[in-house]
Design a protein around this ligand. Structure first.
Ligand SMILES: N[C@@H](CCC(=O)N[C@@H](CS)C(=O)NCC(=O)O)C(=O)O
Length: 212
C-alpha cells in the first residue's frame, strides 16, 4: 500500500492528498510532527535528504516534493487525470506553470502572513503585513483575469487548481475574501468546494506550526 509521510497542516502535503483522493487511491498516512523536529530524524532523512514533508513511498519507489509526487501519481495511476491529456502539450505546460506559481508566489506568502499575524501584536511588522496582503491580492486579481471564460486554470480540473486550494481555503480566516470583486475566482472556488477530494481535505488551519 502507498505510504504518505505528511504533517496535516502542510499545504504541500494537502496538494498530494487531494490528488490521492481524486484518484481514489488508498494510502497509509504516517504523521511527521514538524513541531517536534521529526523531519530531522535519521530514518526520515533517509527518505528525504531535504528534511521536508510530504514524502510518498509506493512499494520500492520513494518520491518527495509535492509536484514530483503528483507527477509520479499521474504517471503511475493515470485515471482520472489531474493534468490535461497527453498530446495537449500547451495545456500541460499551462497547468504546470500555475502549479509552480502557486508553490512559489502564493502558498509561501500566505504562510508568511499567517506567521506574522500569530506574533504578539507588539512584535508584528505592519509594513510586512501590508506588503504580504498586497502580494496575495495581486495574485488573486491575476487568477481572476486568467479564469475569464474558463472553469479551471488549465483546460480541465488539474494540478493548476489543486496547487492553490490549500491556502485559498484559509484566506477568509486572514480577513482576505478571495471572491470579493473577483467573480471568476468566486465561481471557481465554489466549483472546487463541490469536489469530495476538497470537502474531505484534513489539516486546513492557520494555527502556528502549520508549516510554511
Ligand atoms: N517544495 C516542497 C516543499 C515542502 C515543504 O516546504 N514542506 C514543509 C512543511 S509545509 C516542511 O517539511 N518543512 C520542514 C521544516 O520546516 O523543517 C514540496 O512541494 O513538497
Amino acid at each position: 500500500m502507498i505510504k504518505l509521510y505528511d504533517f496535516l497542516p502542510c499545504p504541500f502535503g494537502q496538494k498530494v492528498r487531494i490528488v490521492l483522493a481524486e484518484k481514489s487511491l488508498e494510502y497509509e498516512l504516517i504523521s511527521i510532527d514538524l513541531t517536534q523536529g521529526e523531519q530531522r530524524k535519521p530514518e526520515f532523512l533517509r527518505l528525504n535528504p531535504y528534511a521536508r514533508v510530504p514524502v510518498l513511498v509506493d512499494e520500492d519507489t520513494t518520491v518527495y516534493d509535492s509536484t514530483i509526487i503528483n507527477e509520479y501519481l499521474e504517471d503511475e495511476y493515470p485515471e482520472p487525470a489531474v493534468l490535461p491529456a497527453i498530446g495537449v502539450s500547451a495545456g500541460r505546460a499551462r497547468a504546470r506553470l500555475f502549479e509552480d506559481f502557486a508553490d512559489n508566489s502564493f502558498t509561501p506568502q500566505v504562510g508568511q502572513l499567517m506567521s506574522e499575524l500569530h506574533k504578539p501584536e507588539g512584535e508584528q511588522d505592519p509594513a510586512r503585513i501590508q506588503r504580504l496582503r498586497q502580494s496575495i491580492e495581486r495574485v488573486l486579481d491575476y487568477l481572476n483575469h486568467e479564469l475569464q471564460g474558463q472553469q479551471y486554470l488549465a483546460s480541465e480540473f488539474s494540478v493548476a487548481d489543486i496547487g492553490f486550494v490549500p491556502r485559498l481555503l484559509v484566506l477568509s480566516e486572514l480577513q482576505i475574501d478571495p471572491g470579493a470583486n473577483r467573480s471568476n475566482v468566486d465561481l471557481w472556488l465554489k466549483r472546487m468546494l463541490e469536489r469530495t477530494s476538497i470537502q474531505t481535505l484534513e489539516g486546513l488551519t492557520i494555527e502556528p506550526g502549520a508549516g510554511i
